[in-house]
Write a protein that binds this ligand. Sequence first.
Ligand SMILES: [Zn+2]
Ligand SMILES: [Zn+2]
Length: 341
Amino acid sequence: MGSKTYRAVQASAPGKLELVERELTTPPSGTVRIRVEACGVCHSDSLTVGGSFPGVTYPRVPGHEIVGVIDEVGAGVTRWLPGQHVGVGWNGGYCGQCDHCRRGELFACETGQVTGVSYDGGYAEYVIAPASAVALMPAQLPRIDAAPLMCAGLTTFNALRNSGARPGDLVAILGLGGLGHLGIQYATKMGFQTVGIARGKDKEPLARELGASVYIDSTAQDPAAELQKLGGAKVILATVTSGEAMSAVQGGLAVGGTLIVVGAVDSMQVSPLMLLMGCRSIKGWYSGTSIDSQDTLAFSARTGVRSMNETFPLERAADAYARMMSGKARFRVVLTMGRSN
Ligand SMILES: [Zn+2]
Ligand SMILES: [Zn+2]
C-alpha cells in the first residue's frame, strides 16, 4: 500500500494560509491520530497565523476546536480506542509529572503544549495529539455544531462553574458574541439569574431567547447602575474584547462579587476603592484541560446548549479565518472536512 496523504491548511509564514497535501504518519507513543470532522476557527488562531505566540514556527497548521474520530492510537495509550468520538481544545496536553501537574494545576504544566501552536492543529483532515489532550464526546451531540464548544464553550462553562456563584445568584454576561452567546446559555442552564449585557436594543430578543431574564443595552443604559438596581451581580463574566466595556461594568458587582475576565484585552481601568470597599475581585480564567472539555461536552449534550455557527469547507479556510477576524460572524466559524477518506 502506498503512502496516504491528507489535506491541511497551514500557515506558511505570518499571515499566509495555504492548502497543502501532506503525508499521513502513524501516531508516536503516547499520542492518538484523529480523523477530523470539523474544527472551529477561533480568534486565538491569530496567535499562530500572525506569529505573535512566543516560539511559534512555520509551517504550522492552526486550529484548536477539533472534533473527530480516533482512527489509530500510538504505543502506550491505554484509555483511547479507534472509533471513539473525541475533541481536542486549546490545551494540547500536559506531562503529569512537573510541580504544577503534581499540584493539579495541569493547565500550567511546565512542558504543556498548545494545540495548533506547539504542534499542528485542526485545519486539516487529520491531527495527531497527545492522549492527555483528548476529550470524549457524547454520541448524541451534533459533532460539527459542537466544535466551538471545545474552546468558546469550555472557556465560558468552566469559568462559570468555578466562579463561586450558586443557583439563584445574579450572574451577568458581558458581550453577546462567540463567547457570550454560549455564556448566557450556560449561566441559565446552571440555574443562575442571568443578565445579558450588549450594545444595542436589537440584541435583546436573542439574549432572551438564549435564557437571559434581564437585558441591558449598554449604549442606552449604564450597565453598572442597572446591575446595582437588581442588587448587584455575584459574577460578571466579561467576554468582550474591550477594556473600556469591562471598566464600565465593574461597578455592577455585588458585595463579594467577582468580575471574571475571559476576553483578551491589553488593559482596563480598575477602581481599587470599589474592590476594597466591597471585598470585590477581578480575576482571569484559563479555559481548561481535556477533562474540563469532556464535562463541557457532556453538560451541553444534556442541557441542549449549542453554538450558533457559520460553516466553511476546509479549502476555504482563509475565507473562514478572515470572516472570524472581521468580528461579524454570527457567532462562531467552523471548518468542515468535505472529502471522504
Ligand atoms: Zn480558542
Ligand atoms: Zn506538567
